[in-house]
Ligand binder design. Structure first.
Ligand SMILES: Cc1cc2nc3c(=O)[nH]c(=O)nc-3n(C[C@H](O)[C@H](O)[C@H](O)COP(=O)(O)O)c2cc1C
Length: 434
């Protein structure tokens, strides 16, 4: 051996069996070794998206060699200096990002090879040459051994793929699905059919040209699919993402998927409150009702005008009357309150332009406060029609309230007759981050 490279990436390719590695972005040689001990065959030190430079790269390469891995450097750009320094440190291959044309691929090859094949600057005292121990054969051997990879990650690169892949001296092509998806307007969705189709097409074309082809992958299904289509090697994830995913999976398995970082009781109640549609006849405790009503009065309101009036009804006769009125509006004969022993009417001053929104927020506070106390609740609608009717207005008059109050909703309360059903799955795409 005339150079310091213990495991050559080219040797892995020569095995002609699919293999895995990863990208390393942490400045942590320990992660390189850990990946190697887990069976990953290579690691690519990422110099494009990290803050560290060649000093750390040297440590990473030594760590990789300790764990029998082939070490690559993903340089920040098609740049003679980064490529030269990385190779001098003993990287067994270079991944050059953003290769869009065959000319760029040819330049990558030239920068990685000594004359006559290229223009790589020579120095006998570098680590790759074992500080001079390698002898004159070092130059030819390096030219044979160093793997040069073109990272194709743009629609232009896809367009010029056939020419790129046939660049003389290029060892392999590496597909960058994340950048490609972003360039296609798909924001990192590497599972999108357009991205998948582009990847599979490039794999087919690389296979047809007899050139090894690798890719970045972020999940096992994706990796298996690409390997099945002829991918040669895959960089599975990035150490930072792997750490995140591992921690997240641990959280899920330890807490059965219910816990997240947001573990406070309010958030738990907001998520776990459900509409209850069957009640025990037993009345709720007075202190529970008081606390629920108080929470209702603390809801936000437009300009802080507090236009909401809460009427707590526990008198069975009045509840029966409201139930009958509501059922009539709905056109049914059944009890719309599901036998709840308490009904809180939420009414609002129609002079306030935000009266309905204010009432709805009060309803939310009531229902969530109830849930936090273990009291069941449900929003029952049609309060507006109820209090637009002469019978409703007569009730308002009887209670000493303005007859023009607008009905927003009924919050029925009681102890649930049966456990609440699970929440429906949340609608896909109901949160958009801009
Ligand atoms: C404006 C509004 C009106 C509603 N009206 C009724 C109703 O009249 N009867 C009823 O059983 N549930 C009613 N609900 C409850 C919803 O059906 C319930 O919130 C929805 O099915 C989701 O279930 P969850 O509350 O358990 O998450 C109403 C909810 C809202 C927000």
């Amino acid at each position: 051996m005339n150079n310091s490279v213990k495991v050559k990436f080219q040797t892995l390719l020569a095995e002609k069996k699919p293999f895995l590695g990863t990208f390393i972005q942490s400045a942590a040689p320990e992660f390189v070794e850990a990946a190697g001990y887990a069976g990953f065959r290579f690691a690519a030190v990422d110099l494009e998206h990290t803050y560290y430079g060649v000093e750390k790269t040297a440590e990473m390469i030594r760590a990789g060699e300790a764990a029998d891995m082939a070490m690559l450097a993903r340089v920040p750009a098609l740049d003679a200096i980064w490529i030269k320094k990385s190779l001098d440190l003993g990287a067994s291959g270079i991944i050059v990002p953003n290769i869009d044309t065959a000319e760029q691929a040819a330049q990558a090859v030239r920068l990685c090879r000594f004359t006559p094949e290229g223009v790589r600057g020579a120095c006998p005292g570098v680590r790759a040459n074992r500080y001079g121990a390698g002898g004159p054969e070092y130059y030819d051997q390096s030219n044979r051994d160093v793997a040069v990879m073109a990272l194709v990650e743009s629609p232009e690169g896809v367009k010029n793929f056939d020419a790129i892949v046939r660049t003389p001296g290029l060892t392999a092509v590496f597909l960058g699905p994340v950048d490609l998806s972003v360039a296609m307007g798909l924001k990192g969705n590497i599972a999108a059919p357009e991205v998948q189709e582009a990847l599979l097409d490039m794999i087919r074309r690389a296979n047809a040209a007899g050139v090894p082809v690798g890719a970045l992958g972020l999940d096992p299904g994706f990796a298996r699919r690409l390997f099945a289509q002829g991918l040669t090697f895959l960089a599975y994830g990035i150490d930072t993402i792997l750490m995140y995913q591992t921690c997240r999976n641990i959280m899920k398995s330890v807490f059965d998927g219910k816990e997240s970082r947001m573990t406070n009781e309010v958030l738990k109640t907001l998520k776990e409150r459900r509409s209850i549609r069957g009640y025990q006849p037993q009345q709720i405790a007075q202190e529970e009702l008081d606390a629920i009503l108080e929470a209702g009065t603390y809801a936000p309101s437009g300009m802080g005008k507090q236009p909401v009036t809460l009427v707590a009804v526990q008198d069975p006769e009045t509840i029966a009357q409201l139930s009958r009125m509501n059922a009539q509006i709905m056109g049914t004969a059944s009890d719309p309150f599901y036998g709840a022993p308490t009904v809180i009417l939420v009414l609002a001053d129609p002079e306030r332009p935000t009266c309905v929104e204010d009432g709805a927020l009060a309803m939310g506070n009531l229902m969530n406060a109830a849930a936090s106390l273990g009291v069941g609740s449900c929003w029952i609608h049609r309060a507006r029609e109820e209090f637009e009717s002469p019978e409703g207005k007569a009730l308002l008059k009887k209670w000493g309230l303005p007859e023009n109050l607008r009905g927003v909703g009924h919050c029925v309360l009681g102890y649930a007759a049966a456990p609440a059903p699970a929440a429906a799955p949340r609608r896909a795409g109901d949160v958009v981050l801009v």
